[in-house]
Design a protein around this ligand. Structure first.
Ligand SMILES: C[S@@+](CC[C@H](N)C(=O)[O-])C[C@H]1O[C@@H](n2cnc3c(N)ncnc32)[C@H](O)[C@@H]1O
Length: 296
């Protein structure tokens, strides 16, 4: 069948999805899809595309799970049903983290430099941040409570990092920061940059308002966090408070966290954790904030 005929089939209305599947199964480039309408598509490829198109339309399965990857920050990352699909706002978080890390990297020191991604999922935040200054970073920790997420994060690390960079990557199956607190001993002048896009949707809001495809396919544990969505952030700040070394290090070294949450949640955290400062560094549409948290 010719590409032109396939794309003009009126029973297949979502042309964007059709084109994505053509690129995935037939290896067509964007240019081919625009300029070479006489290209032939083999029947077994047409069948594959139609099969996946039905999964998307009838079963509401996200395209990223069907294809097994997502293009993000100009990189290909594997995703599966255990890992939340990275959202556009995460690009903003990555920008903020990269900017911070690159500023740090300009000050060359002998200290230890660590990037830790808490609730890493497929590893998108930790890997993208690390890759903005890979020579400067001594260690990258990809951490999640769910072992299946760590498997995918590891697969992405193997795919994106060089052999040498892989020596710096560690995978911690742990509740929030606990694994890092137990494993790493930080000195006064070390630098630690934590990225944490933890679940922050109030459970009831998720149950009532999430889209069908999210409910049906994405892992609930990646979204919900109690009545006001802050249970996990609260628990993480409690872990930080208990560990003197983190505060000791922050007096001489550098400790910064980048978090994602909703606008109204930032004010709650400011009231409950007055020993931390929460600065809103990026805004994504009207209610999502990327927040930089440091010790006061
Ligand atoms: C909103 S998703 C973020 C995934 C990825 N970092 C991103 O930005 O796309 C939240 C992640 O937190 C993980 N998570 C949930 N509870 C956790 C806990 N108690 N400790 C560590 N990770 C947790 C989930 O498995 C999920 O991967």
């Amino acid at each position: 069948m010719k590409l032109r005929d396939f794309l003009s089939d009126e029973t297949l209305q979502n042309k964007h999805v059709l084109k994505m599947l053509l690129m995935h199964h037939a290896w067509f480039t964007k240019e081919t899809l625009l300029t070479q309408m006489d290209q032939e598509i083999e029947q077994h490829v047409v069948d594959l595309i139609l099969h996946d198109y039905k999964r998307y339309v009838n079963d509401k399965e996200p395209l990223e799970y069907i294809m097994g990857y997502v293009e993000f920050d100009q990189r290909k990352l594997f995703v599966d049903k255990n890992t939340m699909i990275p959202r556009p706002e995460t690009e903003y978080m990555i920008q903020a983290c990269k900017q911070e890390l690159q500023e740090w990297a300009q000050t060359s020191t002998e200290w230890q430099h660590i990037v830790a991604d808490v609730g890493t999922g497929c590893g998108v935040l930790g890997l993208s941040t690390f890759l903005s200054a890979p020579d400067w970073c001594d260690s990258l920790f990809l951490m999640d409570y769910y072992p299946e997420c760590l498997k995918t994060a590891k697969k992405n690390a193997h795919h994106l990092l060089t052999q040498e960079q892989q020596q710096k990557a560690h995978y911690l199956h742990a509740n929030l920061l606990q694994g890092l607190l137990e494993k790493v001993s930080l000195e006064e002048n070390d630098s630690l940059l934590v990225t944490a896009n933890l679940p922050y949707i109030p459970t009831q809001t998720f149950d009532e308002q999430a889209e069908d495809n999210v409910h049906l396919w994405e892992p609930r544990y990646a979204f919900i966090s109690g009545d006001d969505g802050l249970d996990l952030y609260r628990e993480m700040f409690a872990q930080i408070k208990e560990h003197d070394w983190l505060r000791a290090m922050a007096t001489g070294g550098r400790f910064v966290m980048f978090l994602e949450m909703m606008t109204w949640q930032v004010d709650i955290l400011r009231k409950e954790f007055p020993w931390m400062s929460f600065e809103e560094v990026k805004t994504f549409h009207f209610q999502i904030r990327i927040v930089k948290a440091t010790f006061q």
